[in-house]
Design a protein around this ligand. Structure first.
Ligand SMILES: C[S@@+](CC[C@H](N)C(=O)[O-])C[C@H]1O[C@@H](n2cnc3c(N)ncnc32)[C@H](O)[C@@H]1O
Length: 203
């Protein structure tokens, strides 16, 4: 049984607090991270028939939505940060949404693919498990999931130049087992500073 004992009672929502600082430097964030993840996007895009409907869950400034569209896919984005959502909406349909409620925002089985690049990092274990279950519900049987999150460092608050953020650090094997328990077949696990899980929705 996962526990959320790491969040102290009475504090404001750690996820909202962690997401807020992205607003202050949204353009800089987009520029710094623009070159990243291209090979992963290519691999995920190529694992789906064209066109497929892909949800970028925690899309940030929208780098990967634009790439998926170039591959011929149809995209939707969600993010909790309103500044990122406004940026992305200029070129891809995106809505402000907390991933902890994403399952209620679209009908079950809507998506062929869900892409969650470093977007579950600020959730505690309990919420991450719950969100993975919501992802399973939103994917059609046989739909694909990519999810990566922190595998090095320490779980807890991290003071960063633009503010403090909560990070949950996962053991890669435990994370892969958690994804499997949420209703997925694990296709592969890449281990590095981030654990990256490629999975297929069972059913
Ligand atoms: C580290 S950034 C990654 C952004 C983008 N996916 C990328 O790979 O560059 C984390 C993103 O997840 C979003 N995020 C974090 N927790 C979220 C939540 N509970 N609901 C929706 N978005 C969330 C943040 O606002 C931010 O855009």
């Amino acid at each position: 049984m996962k526990s959320r004992t790491t969040f102290r009672r009475g504090q404001s929502d750690p996820v909202a607090e962690s997401v807020a600082p992205y607003s202050d430097h949204a353009d800089d964030y987009a520029a710094v991270h623009a070159p990243k993840m291209a090979d992963r996007v290519e691999r995920f895009a190529g694992s789906l028939p064209v066109p497929s409907l892909i949800l970028d869950a925690g899309c940030g400034p929208g780098r990967d939505l634009a790439r998926f569209r170039k591959h011929g896919h149809v995209v939707r984005g969600v993010d909790l940060n309103s500044v990122f959502v406004a940026m992305v909406n200029a070129h891809a349909p995106t809505s402000e949404c907390d991933l902890r409620e994403v399952g209620s925002r679209f009908p079950a089985g809507t998506f062929d693919g869900i892409w969650a690049s470093a977007s579950l990092v600020h959730l505690d274990l309990v919420d991450a498990v719950d969100v993975l279950g919501q992802f399973a519900g939103l994917l059609r049987p046989g739909g694909r999931l990519y999810v990566c999150l922190s595998a090095t460092g320490r779980t807890g608050w991290l003071d960063e130049p633009d503010g403090r953020r909560w990070y949950t650090v996962w053991d890669p094997d435990e994370f892969a087992a958690t994804v499997a328990s949420a209703g997925f077949t694990i296709d592969s696990v890449d281990r590095g500073p981030y654990v990256e899980v490629w999975a297929t929705r069972g059913g």
